[in-house]
Structure formats: C-alpha cells, structure tokens
Write a protein that binds this ligand. Sequence first.
Ligand SMILES: Nc1ncnc2c1ncn2[C@@H]1O[C@H](COP(=O)(O)OP(=O)(O)OP(=O)(O)O)[C@@H](O)[C@H]1O
Ligand SMILES: [Mg+2]
Length: 273
Amino acid sequence: MTTAPVAAKEVILDIRDVGFAYGGVKAVDGATFGIVRGAVTGLIGPNGAGKSTLIEILSGTLSPDSGSIIFQGVDTKGWGPPRVSQMGIARTFQTARVLPRLTVLENVLVAAQGQEGENPLKAMFWRRSWAQQEDSNREEAKSLLNWLGLSDHLERPAGTLSGGQRRLMEMARALLAHPKLLLLDEPTAGVFPETSRLIATRIREIVQQGVTILLIAHNMEFLSTVADDVVVMAEGKVLTRGTLDAVRQHEDVIAAYLGVGGRTLTPNPSTGA
Ligand SMILES: Nc1ncnc2c1ncn2[C@@H]1O[C@H](COP(=O)(O)OP(=O)(O)OP(=O)(O)O)[C@@H](O)[C@H]1O
Ligand SMILES: [Mg+2]
C-alpha cells in the first residue's frame, strides 16, 4: 500500500467540478477529485450516489453537462468511447456485458476490436477482420483468460458462464486494450468469495504492472485488500477522501449511508456485494 499524501502524487486523471443530469435527475453534482497514477482508488457511496454515472462520463459514453476531465494533462471534452479507449482508458460494467452465443475467447476479441475504435463497417464483419488479425492478439487474449482462471472455458458460449466468470472475462477484455487507466464498476458484486479473492489478487498485480485503477465497490473487506485510498460520493458530490479506515469513521459518510438504509459500512464477505 502507498503511504505518501495524495497531493504529493501524480494525478493521471483529474475530475474537476463535473456535473451530469438525466433529464431532471442530477446524478453527478460538481464532483472533483484526482486519480493517482499507479494506485487503486476505491469509489464508494450509497446506492444512487452517481458512481456509475461518473464511470460512464470518464469512459466517454456520457458527456458531462459541466466541468472537465483532464487525462494526462489533456481535456477529454468531446471524446467518445473509441477515442477514450485509444487514449488508454478501459472499463468494465456494473452488469457484465456478454455476447451470450459467442465463445469466451470471441467475446474478448470482439470487444477488443470495438475498444480500438475500428471502422464500423469492419466491426460489422468482425469475424472476417478477426481472422486477418495477427495470431499474437488471439494468443494474448488466451493468456489473459488463463491468467484470470478461465483456461477451461475459452470455447464455451459466454452465456453459460457464472456471474464471477463473466466479471473475469470482462477484465480480460478490458486488459486486452492495454489501458493506462482501468475503470471497474463493482467487479465483485454477486461473485463468490473465492473468485472475489482472485479478483483482488489480480487487481494488485495489474497495478504492479503500472496500470492505474479506479474501482467502485460496496464490499469493505474487498476494498481493504485492494484500495490505496477511497473517494466517497453521495448525492452526486464527493463527501471525502482518505484511507478506508478513515472515511468509515467520517460522520458525513456514516450519515450518508444511514440515510439510504440499503447498504451498510460493514463487510459482507459472503456475497461480495
Ligand atoms: N439511465 C438513467 N436514466 C435516468 N436516471 C438514471 C439513469 N441511471 C442512473 N440514474 C439515476 O442517477 C442517479 C445516480 O445513479 P448511478 O447509477 O450513477 O448511482 P450509483 O452510485 O452507481 O448507484 P449503485 O451503487 O446503486 O450502482 C440515481 O438517482 C439513478 O436513479
Ligand atoms: Mg452503480
């Protein structure tokens, strides 16, 4: 775990006063924080706090109504998901996205093409373009899937995977794009504890390779093993930031969680949620 204060560290992505509303619903409301390069930043907060919406914004799916996002010193305004991906940001989804009839290996390779922002016509004929790709791409996808414990499932239809296996497959898909920054939306939600521990181990190994991670999680035990520091959101705003232990004692954080009622600040290792 890193110990130096956040302010002393290099920020890879700077979120400045970002706002976004779905129609009349203000989901993100002036959120400001920096993601420290080479660290795992946990993003926590009660249901509806705006965490996933922020990931949609950071990955270019949604465009903020206000504020700016500065990635490695460059304003990302107007970048859509292909450009964001090309610049080195990959993500997973709160509900794992799976093409159920395609094999696990195909799921990883197809998405890698999309993440690279290839010509849409080419994407339509992905099978053909895929056949023309270098073997190295396929070999890399296989070794990522092996590394993530899915070696026995490469040729299975992805629709037959368990929840945890889907999350691992999504991580392989995101890593194939060689991101500098990886955004993970609840990577252990609905995952059995054993898989949750594998995901935690792999996350720390990914960071050791120089990738920066922002991850949303509700499971405090999981967070305590992976996160260098934690940002807390509630009602679209950043409430506080610090070590997990420190933010759990913060009275505004306790009040925000109690106000919602559905979540607690205690670990829930049995579900990983
Ligand atoms: N597609 C949408 N259309 C309209 N409102 C939405 C949409 N997605 C989210 N919201 C609303 O925006 C707010 C923030 O939601 P968001 O999903 O970002 O929260 P979250 O912190 O990820 O919550 P959770 O922990 O439950 O996943 C909530 O009030 C939610 O109901
Ligand atoms: Mg969410």
